[in-house]
Design a protein around this ligand. Sequence first.
Ligand SMILES: O=P(O)(O)O[C@@H]1[C@@H](OP(=O)(O)O)[C@H](OP(=O)(O)O)[C@H](O)[C@H](OP(=O)(O)O)[C@H]1OP(=O)(O)O
Ligand SMILES: Nc1ncnc2c1ncn2[C@@H]1O[C@H](COP(=O)(O)OP(=O)(O)OP(=O)(O)O)[C@@H](O)[C@H]1O
Length: 311
Amino acid sequence: MAGMLLRVPKAGTQAYKHEDLQLYWETSVQPLFGLQDLVQQRLVRLGDAHVVSLLNAALDLHEAETGRRDDFKGSKVAHAEYGMLVEDMRKQHADDVVIEFKPKWLAQSPNAPATAQRCRNCAREASRRAIIHHTTHHTHTHAHKPKPKSKPILCPLDFLACQDSPAALDRVVNHVVSHLSLPASSHQHTRLVSWLQTNELLSRLRDAQTANDAHGPLKASAHDPRFQLAMTLRDCTCFVRIPAQADRPVEAKFADLDKKNWEAKLGYWQATETQLIVEGYYHGEEKPRQRTNCRLEGRAMDDGGGRRLRT
Ligand SMILES: O=P(O)(O)O[C@@H]1[C@@H](OP(=O)(O)O)[C@H](OP(=O)(O)O)[C@H](O)[C@H](OP(=O)(O)O)[C@H]1OP(=O)(O)O
Ligand SMILES: Nc1ncnc2c1ncn2[C@@H]1O[C@H](COP(=O)(O)OP(=O)(O)OP(=O)(O)O)[C@@H](O)[C@H]1O
């Protein structure tokens, strides 16, 4: 159990059981990557209902005594037969640096207009912000629950562009270390920069996303397991652990590669795509225009040469 965390299923969600998540991960996800690229996970039997009751009691105590993260408050462990042991990507030493981010859509949506000035993710973030703007300025109710996001938006296309664009590299570094104190002169900062410039992990993820979704949500054929996989690959987390000791290697791995409930989500994915197209988010035509900093927005000028980049 050393070096592993216990992941338990949350009560009251429509997510698949951990047995299903594990089988999917082993058969569909693992073959796409190397062993060192994935946060390892395995099933663990939770035992009888007493164990889950003890876990819930411990959560109640923790909530009462020290409080829990806002988005976790009130959530309970489901009564389930299995949980998972997942490789622990937290610091191994007090001075290690751990960065956690979601790479999201590393390539444009196949359904985006050819003249789009935003990638799928920046268009989606603009729509979220426009809805928040709208609901804070009007009493109008919207079909989508607004999701407050105050963090600056990072264009996911910058993750790969930073291999040859210093400006993209700057944006990515600033974004991923914004909540850390990581002096630019530190060896860990240098190693982060070097990882961003040379890693093959993110391009492997991008390739797997595009290889499994040539047609986009609007044209995905019913029950296409490849499209389902693409959506899993667009919603994973990347952990990068940069050790305090210069002789230990940087470790970068993907986690949360969970099977998506295709039937429950296809309508939502299609409605999202239609909204981004019809309401002009791909072209930045919403009113008022939301500030994004998308790589497709014509500001690739800062990469030299003034070419509009379509990466
Ligand atoms: O729909 P999106 O793009 O907002 O992505 C959802 C995520 O929001 P994010 O944009 O990362 O803040 C969302 O993340 P959070 O719960 O906001 O942390 C979930 O990962 C969701 O997947 P599921 O419903 O748990 O299977 C994600 O849903 P899908 O990936 O299934 O669309
Ligand atoms: N393998 C890991 N190593 C270290 N920390 C992790 C790992 N997996 C998740 N975490 C941390 O645990 C917290 C909760 O994880 P996450 O956001 O995936 O949970 P969730 O989405 O609420 O749960 P679930 O995905 O099971 O429904 C996050 O802050 C994340 O940093």
